[in-house]
Ligand binder design. Structure first.
Ligand code: ADP
Ligand code: MG
Length: 342
């Protein structure tokens, strides 16, 4: 027994050397391709992370984060003093001046109102406030409250001039929660492209926007979460470059009331969370604004109408999962077989 000790010691020392040697080798081999900088922050009520590949200067990311703050300060109706806040405050009384960015996103949102037959409706704000779904908490409204909120959604329209906006009746409220992150992701991409970035992942929660592919020319691999798994398991992995990948789901933000889950994507006609039979929709598109608006729209429209809409749009693909666990997808390249088996 005694004489085995030195052998053990020599083996341990050898092992330590071997590990150091291997680590050094792998670092040396990887360093040219893994030159990347990354930062993560909480913004827009979600985890935002930006990774630049083949890039060293992390101050580029600081400028991108500043751009997110600038746009959030314009577009978030929850932020006191924002243009959307002022718009709601002046509803039914006055037109307000808006910046080119706010004008652009409001105009795009109106386009999706038409495309979705009124389901994607940013003036759903009074219903969003009523349900107040936040961090697992919320308010289950009674019929009187719900009908009063629907009245504020339908009593008038959002009117737009080039640099002014107006909500037609008092009590109206426009909420850009379903499109702002996509719009902001596109603006961040614009900024990074201007800085010369060629390979990046802009991740604003479930809004992922890619600049190019990996520096070695291959695709990025983006995991799509299984909406029916409480542990956040991955449903599959998409291969993509230079695309936007946005997911909307009924599992992201919800609260429970008397044993039933109520989620945050609201049907403007019923005033209840959408009950379209879909658990999640992932959209692969060129811009993140389109992806964000379409993922919410399809979740509201349901499988058949949603699929029909996606097939009518160029350069747009989708992956739908129903609340029964069935998966339907258009032409999407995946690198992991669908792990879902129910
Ligand atoms: P997330 O912001 O969680 O990624 P979505 O992009 O699907 O998810 O947007 C959901 C948000 O959109 C809600 O929190 C709310 O602010 C807003 N919203 C809810 N219902 C609608 C609707 N019918 N049309 C437009 N916006 C909506
Ligand atoms: Mg959306």
């Amino acid at each position: 027994m005694m004489e085995r000790k030195p052998i053990k010691l020599i083996l341990s020392i050898l092992l330590v050397f071997l590990i150091i040697f291997m680590t050094a080798c792998s670092q040396a081999r990887q360093s040219p391709v893994t030159d990347k900088v990354s930062k993560t922050n909480i913004k827009m009520d979600t985890v935002v992370s930006i990774t630049l590949y083949d890039w060293e200067d992390s101050t580029t990311i600081d400028r991108a984060m500043d751009e997110i703050d600038r746009l959030e300060a314009l577009l978030s109706v929850q932020k006191e003093g924002s243009e959307l806040y002022k718009l709601a405050e002046s509803a039914g009384t006055a037109w307000i001046a808006i910046s080119p960015e706010t004008s652009e996103v409001l105009n795009i949102a109106k386009k999706y109102l038409l495309l979705s037959n009124g389901y994607f409706n940013i003036t759903v704000g009074p219903l969003v406030s009523l349900w107040d779904i936040h961090n697992g908490k919320g308010h289950y409204p009674n019929d009187v409250e719900r009908e009063a909120a629907i009245e504020f959604v339908t009593c008038g329209n959002l009117l737009l001039k080039e640099d002014e906006a107006y909500l037609e009746c008092a009590g109206m409220r426009a909420d850009l929660g379903a499109i702002a992150k996509g719009y902001i992701a596109d603006k961040v991409k614009e900024l990074l492209l201007n800085e010369g970035v060629e390979h990046a992942i802009i991740d604003l929660g479930r809004n992922i926007l890619l600049i190019g592919g990996k520096p070695d020319g291959s695709d990025f691999n983006i995991g799509v979460q299984d909406p029916l798994s409480d542990e956040g398991e991955i449903l599959t992995v998409l291969n993509a470059n230079d695309k936007s990948i946005v997911t909307s789901g009924i599992y992201e933000r919800y609260f429970e009331y008397e044993g039933v889950r109520y989620h945050h994507i609201l049907d403007p006609y019923t005033g209840y969370p959408s009950d379209s039979g879909l658990a999640s929709v992932t959209i692969v598109s060129d811009t993140s604004t389109a992806g964000d608006a379409l993922s919410t729209t399809c979740l509201l429209l349901g499988l058949d109408e949603g699929m029909e809409l996606i097939e009518s749009l160029p350069e747009t693909e989708a992956l739908f999962m129903t609340t029964d666990g069935e998966v339907y997808m258009t032409d999407i390249e995946i690198s992991l077989p669908l792990s879902y088996n129910r």
